[in-house]
Ligand binder design. Structure first.
Ligand code: ADP
Ligand code: MG
Length: 251
């Protein structure tokens, strides 16, 4: 079974066609990187998969279950009180961390497990502390986000997403807001997750990282998937001239 399946995905903002004819499958344990120029629809695609945005046409399935693309379905689901049933399977990490500024690192991590999953506080703290050790941030657990570095914030955000035990992690340019010397510590955490067989889709401009960590690389341009292939193919012998042009600018 595919963890993620998108069939003929289409989305527009006003007159702008932002996603066109998107077809994509991600299997369990696969790591897929999405590369491509700014404005090509990479973030929008991730946001549709995580249900922060709705596609206008096409189908998205998460672990074989079609996600509801219609607002009516969303409202019905909410009325039934199970709006989080599927969405907690998908964790998301953003370029700008999106930590709650008025909560400590630890409080950021335990919030969703307690509120959404109704977990007991003690258990949530135990899990959070394990995750903080894993991302090498245990010593900062009582710090507020404003008192830690960008790399530490992003590692906290990754721990926060993992606390919901997602089956799939979506990461949207997780290192783009970081000073160069902080990029490596975040990429190392993501590499460890890849080794643990977590299914991940990562939008990134770190080409060496994408090449090293990915099972497949998807190149997007102007709302379309231009090529979906193993990293060696994309980086050494891409079919499409637009990929060559893009790579020559970023590498
Ligand atoms: P990328 O992540 O590849 O840089 P995005 O998915 O952010 O691209 O954006 C794709 C296109 O959609 C861009 O033209 C962008 O301006 C437009 N866009 C993105 N989000 C919105 C929005 N909320 N409202 C209107 N246009 C948007
Ligand atoms: Mg983007």
């Amino acid at each position: 079974m595919d963890m993620i399946r998108v069939v003929n995905g289409y989305k527009r903002f006003g007159k702008d066609e932002v996603l066109k004819n998107i077809n994509l499958e991600v299997k369990k344990g696969e790591v897929v990187s999405i590369i491509g120029p700014s404005g090509s629809g990479k973030s929008t695609l991730l946001r549709c998969i995580s249900r922060l945005e709705k596609m206008d046409d096409g189908i998205i399935e998460i672990e074989g279950v079609k996600i509801d693309n219609h607002s009516e379905g969303g409202i019905l689901r909410r009325l039934k009180g199970n709006s989080n049933k599927n969405s907690s399977k998908v964790g998301m990490v953003f370029q700008n961390f999106n930590l709650f500024p008025h909560k400590t690192v630890l409080e950021n991590i335990i919030e969703a497990p307690i509120i959404v999953n109704k977990m007991k506080r003690d258990e949530a703290v135990e899990i959070a502390e394990e995750l903080l050790k894993k991302v090498n941030l245990f010593d900062k657990k009582d710090f507020y986000p404003s008192k830690i570095s960008g790399g530490q914030k992003q590692r906290a955000a990754i721990a926060r997403a993992l606390a919901m035990k997602p089956d799939i992690m979506l990461l949207d340019e997780p290192t783009s807001a970081l000073d160069p010397e902080l990029v490596g510590e975040v990429l190392n955490v993501i590499k460890d997750l890849a080794k643990e067989n977590l299914t991940m889709v990562i939008v990134t401009h770190e080409m060496a990282f994408a090449r090293e960590v990915s099972d497949r690389v998807i190149f997007m341009d102007r709302g379309e998937i231009i090529e979906d292939a193993p990293p060696e193919k994309i980086f050494e012998n891409p079919d499409n001239q637009r990929i060559r042009a893009f790579l020559s600018k970023v590498m």
